[in-house]
Design a binder for this molecule. Structure first.
Ligand SMILES: [Zn+2]
Ligand SMILES: [Zn+2]
Length: 96
């Protein structure tokens, strides 16, 4: 089950479960649309994978299985990320 983390890991902007701006990698590292597009270029800084829009859990389901309240705030390390970005930026996620 997805955790539905409450914020963007890079900029800490709020990403409530109904947000259409939330993107996740296969490990559920969670970022906002703006960071994915303008900062990460579809490369997850933790695993190098690509992102997909996070699915939205219906309200009734959220009552039974609430979203996570555990904030993960880990802004990218520019130096380290540059290497990962260089390696993956021009490779489709399905070919990484
Ligand atoms: Zn962000
Ligand atoms: Zn990741």
């Amino acid at each position: 089950m997805l955790q539905l983390r409450p914020t963007c890991e890079n900029c800490n902007r709020s990403l409530p479960p109904e947000s259409t701006e939330a993107y996740i990698c296969s490990y559920e590292c969670t970022f906002c649309a703006s960071c994915v597009e303008n900062v990460l270029h579809n490369v997850c800084p933790n695993c190098g994978g690509g992102f997909q829009q996070r699915p939205i859990r219906p309200k009734d389901e959220l009552m039974r299985n609430p979203s996570s309240t555990n904030i993960v705030y880990k802004p990218i390390n520019q130096e380290k990320f540059k290497v990962l970005l260089g390696k993956n930026k021009d490779v489709l996620p399905e070919e990484r």
